[in-house]
Write a protein that binds this ligand. Sequence first.
Ligand code: FES
Length: 104
Amino acid sequence: MGKQSWQNLIDVADIEKNDATPVQFGQQLLAVYDTVDGYFVSNNRCTHAGANLCDGYFDGKNIECPLHQGLFDARTGVAIAAPATRNLQMIKCRVQHGTLQIYI
Ligand code: FES
């Protein structure tokens, strides 16, 4: 296991307002959510069957999976509606000089 550190993910200016933005980070596709409580980052793949969450409906708090309408709280990753039962893996983030960084 490598040591974790802050890494640049995306310029804040490139994050879609009040929406979910897909961002490639190395091998992983991540989702950046501009929520009512600020920015949050998770893995972009639905924990039910792997759909791209950023293609789903986002209301500023919850992201709805486009495939079977499972629902997750984008701020905590908690799965709140079936068929999603496993929580999303969230990644700690912060804004530094206009760049969103993740701790990974
Ligand atoms: S793939 Fe997301 S709810 Fe089924």
